[in-house]
Write a protein that binds this ligand. Structure first.
Ligand code: RM4
Ligand code: MN
Ligand code: MN
Length: 431
């Protein structure tokens, strides 16, 4: 197998591993069938489950104290797309990439599209960035973008969003995700009501510029960089915005954007009930916006979130079409490996949620049988679905164990030679 270009048919499976997997899968299938499930339907459901990859997660992230890049990291959008295509080949679950503009703004859209076609990749939601000042930018976002008291700054931020939409249109994206860093660090710094109204007005203009088949996602976050009051700080604020914009505006839930112990599955249920759950940024956290690998800290919460989503799917909630994306910052792990791990965790959480006996659960809820209701969820959660998701991958020509296949491929070592690190001061290069 060539380390630079792993085609699906070339993902080598150790024959012992294949044999072990076949045994594990047939045992699990037998047990599931005994309980009335169709293993084939479950595998097919996992195969349909897709998650978009963030363009900004292929290089090592960092904290404000430092960044420790690994070797062979992508330096351009083209190289990030190459890594994304590898993640897709190894998992079969991540066929689209979500671009951050201007971090990964295509220089030549035609060329990027041709490259994406060659790699078998599509483009998911485009992400705007008014949380930093860019080189050569006329006005500063230091005191906010859409909420800024200055009409000229707000105009600049709107123009940026209109440009992001144009780029997304050219790439075939069907949504824009708006996360705003707007807020204040000290009481009195900003009008709490006025800032929200200004954000709403600007978003109205952005929403009006989106094509009819697009959605606009508003993403809430309680703090950072605003440490006192963030304008779109919670799901309530996000919902108010979405509701006042129009039907195609929905809320995006980034799992890390909640204060410790927030009941995120409840937030998801509320947004589903309001018909405004648009999408996710999957990650995990212990303290705040830690952007750790999905499922690494609170896998049961992830399962409970997926339980709400599977229920919504089953109940055919009108307009339910969640855009699943990952938003992780890889500070210590190899970014590709962390994404592979995350996809596996998401597939597992989804598969487990598909194993909840909904009728039994409804019955236990109706009779107030707390123990049996909880046991119904736990029974699904405690099922070892690893052979099921491995089988879904195998049937797509992907790897049984993506991380092991990635390590065996020697991809990173080859890239370390092909992609010498840019000097730290060099401006990012683009395709
Ligand atoms: C924010 C938020 C956004 C992401 C930026 C990089 O905290 O999660 O979704 O685009 O980080
Ligand atoms: Mn996010
Ligand atoms: Mn975040």
């Amino acid at each position: 197998m060539s380390a630079t270009n792993i085609a699906p048919s070339e993902i080598e499976q150790d024959t012992d591993e294949e044999r072990r997997h076949a045994r594990d899968f047939s045992e699990l299938a037998e047990r599931l069938e005994r309980d009335g499930w169709s293993a084939e339907e479950l595998v097919a459901a996992v195969q349909r489950f897709e998650v978009a990859l963030p363009s900004w997660a292929f290089a090592t992230g960092g904290t404000r104290f430092g960044r420790f890049p690994g070797s062979g990291e992508p330096r351009t959008l083209r190289e990030k797309m190459e890594d994304a295509a590898l993640v897709q080949r190894l998992t079969g679950a991540a066929p689209r990439i979500s671009l951050h503009i201007p971090w990964d703004e295509p220089k030549d859209v035609v060329e990027v599209l041709a490259e994406a076609k060659r790699l078998g990749l599509g483009f998911d939601a485009v992400n705007s960035n008014t949380f930093q000042d860019q080189p050569g930018q006329a006005l500063s976002y230091k005191l906010g973008s859409f909420s800024n008291p200055s009409a000229a700054v707000r105009r600049q931020a709107i123009e940026h969003h209109l440009r992001v939409i144009e780029i997304g249109k050219a790439l075939g994206s069907r949504a824009i995700t708006v996360w705003l860093a707007d807020g204040s660090n000290y009481p009195g710094q900003m009008s709490l009501r006025g800032s929200f109204e200004r954000v709403r007005e600007c978003l109205q203009e952005v929403y009006a510029a989106t094509p009819d088949d697009w959605r606009l996602f508003t993403e809430h976050k309680p703090f950072e960089p605003a440490f006192y009051a963030t304008v779109v700080q919670d799901w309530g604020s996000s919902l108010l915005l979405a509701q006042s914009l129009g039907d195609r505006a929905q809320c995006l839930v980034d799992l890390g954007h909640h204060l410790p112990n927030t009941n995120i599955e409840l937030v998801v249920a509320r947004l589903l009930g309001a018909g405004r759950l648009g999408g996710f940024h999957f990650n995990d956290s212990k303290y705040g916006d830690d952007d750790l690998t999905a499922g690494s800290i609170k896998p049961y919460v992830l399962f409970l979130i997926f339980h709400e989503l599977v229920l919504a799917e089953r109940d055919r909630l009108p307009g339910f079409d969640p855009a699943y994306m990952i938003d992780q910052s890889h500070n210590l792990k190899d970014p590709i490996e962390s994404l592979l791990q995350a996809l596996d965790q998401l597939q597992q959480a989804y598969a487990k949620a598909c194993l909840v006996e909904h009728d039994a659960l409804a019955e236990h809820q109706a009779t107030g049988d707390v123990i049996m209701a909880e046991r119904t969820l736990k029974r699904a959660y405690e099922t070892d679905v690893r052979p099921l998701v491995a089988e879904a991958r195998r049937r797509r020509g992907a790897a049984l164990d993506p991380v092991a296949a990635f390590r065996a491929s020697g991809y990173r070592a080859v890239k370390a030679i092909e992609r010498p690190a840019a000097p730290p001061s060099a401006a990012p290069t683009h395709l």
